[in-house]
Design a protein around this ligand. Structure first.
Ligand code: NG6
Ligand code: CA
Length: 498
């Protein structure tokens, strides 16, 4: 009896300590997931029960933004609080690019470290590695995530379709072998392994455009590699490997506040989900990858519950850019689309200046603090996470750090209905959203990107849309509102120079 009382008392005290503790933070950052790809955002051809439950336990944002319509720049903005177009070389990086965030510079991860958090990156990196000299893949690879604020990192260097197709844990490639050294080249073929171009008969999934260099696991990649035979991943294992490592990190750090960037590879190409998910949707491998992504989210939430941390953990789910069906492989995404609208009601998708490029799913849950079940149309951008978490952890932003980040914590926690009054977006060209209005700056270039079948949003004349009455950006009102166009163009120029 005495023992029972003691245990109960301890349990209560531990609970109290937990409640007062700083919340853990998990950012689940999916790849190429469109606004319309989740059932809680209107998808009907595919179901995402775990993400739907997350939305139900928190807030579902309808005007949540990534800064850019591709990966590298969006990730740069999320971590640094700075618009990527302010810096040269922040476009989609090859797998052997140098790191574009200078080591030691302030990032969302270093901010959380300073606040006493244990920090981890698990998943896709795609911000470059090394200092610009040729990377020796067989030795310690640095600088990398460990040099910009992550205590722990388990990642792949670029994208699932780019070499080297290996996992890196902190600074070392898993399974590296001195007798079978890895070489990577983006200019010319290295080694004499088959390529998609020379040996298409060896492919288990044909390419539709590009992706015809070194074949790994029956899939042609961008770039050539040789060596590292035992280090190469099997695509079907990627989601399991990342989810396991994320869970391990949570478990190890359950007693300390932790900050986890869980950057899923799903649903980027090559979509080659685990065998357990193949054919489980009616939409080909793209649909199956959505189910796999949702499974990963479910595993994280299960673990939080198991550790008793679900009430005091902020979970944010979002995507780095809008959707694409055919991004270079024949994987059924187009032929089995089945009426699915990956960008929901929006025009364009990945790579595009139209809304489909940058308006993405965005869910925030914090069961102990946020009332669940709501939606918010507050305008928020991923560039704002830095300032918002500085606020949450009671830190000042150092002079010069995160210049484009605004504290959106009240909107993110549902305490305020309004978010930003404006935001700059990067598709092909830059756009400015101000309240209901969106101005897309004039740009040359094709209007339809044929290979991916997505409208770019390019136009040599300015475009002006009223997003409230015309969310699909069908009616260019520039001619009717010349003064507004002039004012917004001038404001965009001012912001660019700021
Ligand atoms: C493109 C690739 C595409 C994808 C994209 C980056 C080709 C033909 N296309 O160049 O498949 O990898 O880069 O995607 O190679 S992102 O989500 O990382 O930005
Ligand atoms: Ca992406």
């Amino acid at each position: 009896m005495k023992r029972l009382l003691f245990m109960l008392l301890c349990g209560c005290l531990a609970g109290e300590a937990n409640a007062q503790r700083r919340p853990n933070v998990i950012i689940i950052y999916a790849d190429d997931v469109g606004y319309g790809d989740l059932s809680c955002y209107g998808a009907t051809q595919v179901q995402t029960p775990h993400l739907d439950a997350l939305a139900k336990s928190g807030i579902r944002f309808t005007n949540g933004r990534t800064t850019s319509a591709t990966c590298t720049p969006s990730r740069f903005a999320l971590l640094t609080g700075r618009y990527p177009w302010r810096k040269k070389g922040t476009g989609v990086l090859p797998g052997n690019a140098a790191m574009i965030i200078p080591p030691g510079s302030p990032t969302l991860a270093s901010l959380m470290q300073q606040a006493g958090y244990q920090t981890a990156l698990v998943g896709k990196w795609h911000l470059g590695l090394g200092d610009g000299s040729p990377i020796n893949w067989n030795a310690d690879i640095k600088p990398g995530p460990n040099e910009v604020g992550f205590h722990y990192a388990f990642f792949f260097p670029a994208t699932a379709d780019r070499v080297p197709t290996v996992f890196v844990e902190n600074r070392k490639i898993i399974g590296a072998d001195a007798n079978d050294p890895i070489e990577v080249n983006y200019q010319e073929k290295t080694g004499n392994e088959p390529t998609g171009k020379e040996n298409p008969e060896l492919l288990k999934m044909p390419a539709s455009h590009g992706h015809n260099n070194t074949i790994v696991n029956g899939i042609g990649r961008i770039g050539w590699m040789k060596g590292g035979t035992r280090a190469r991943w099997t695509d079907e294992e990627i989601a399991y490997a990342f989810t396991d490592k994320a869970i391990e990190f949570m478990e190890h750090n359950r007693k300390k506040p932790f900050f986890l960037c869980f950057n899923l590879s799903d649903i980027h190409v090559p979509r080659m989900p685990a065998t357990a998910f193949k054919g489980k949707s009616s939409m080909g491998y793209r649909g199956d990858a959505i189910l796999q992504m949702d499974w990963s989210v479910g595993k994280i939430m299960d673990k939080l519950r198991q550790l008793g941390l679900e009430k005091n953990t902020i979970v944010i789910f979002s995507s780095d850019n809008g959707p694409v069906l055919d991004d270079g492989y024949v994987d059924g995404a187009v032929t089995q689309q089945n009426g699915h609208q990956p960008a929901g009601p929006f025009r364009g998708g990945k790579y595009s200046a139209f809304e489909g490029g940058t308006r993405v799913p965005w869910i925030v849950s914090w069961p102990g603090t946020i009332k669940g079940g709501g939606t918010s149309d507050a305008l928020i951008s991923q560039v704002d996470l830095y300032a918002s978490f500085a606020k949450l952890t009671g830190q000042q932003i150092a002079p010069g750090a995160a210049p484009d980040s605004h504290d959106m914590l009240p909107a993110m926690l549902g305490k305020k209905a309004e978010g930003r009054s404006w935001v700059v977006l990067q598709g092909g060209s830059l756009s400015l959203v101000q309240g209901d209005w969106k101005y897309i700056s004039p740009s040359r270039g094709v209007k339809l990107m044929k290979e991916v079948n997505i409208e770019s949003g390019n136009d040599e004349s300015p475009q002006l849309y009223n997003l409230r009455s015309d969310q699909g950006e069908r009616q260019n009102l520039a001619a009717q509102h010349p003064d507004k166009v002039k004012a917004m163009a001038a404001e965009l120029e001012r912001l660019k120079a700021a």
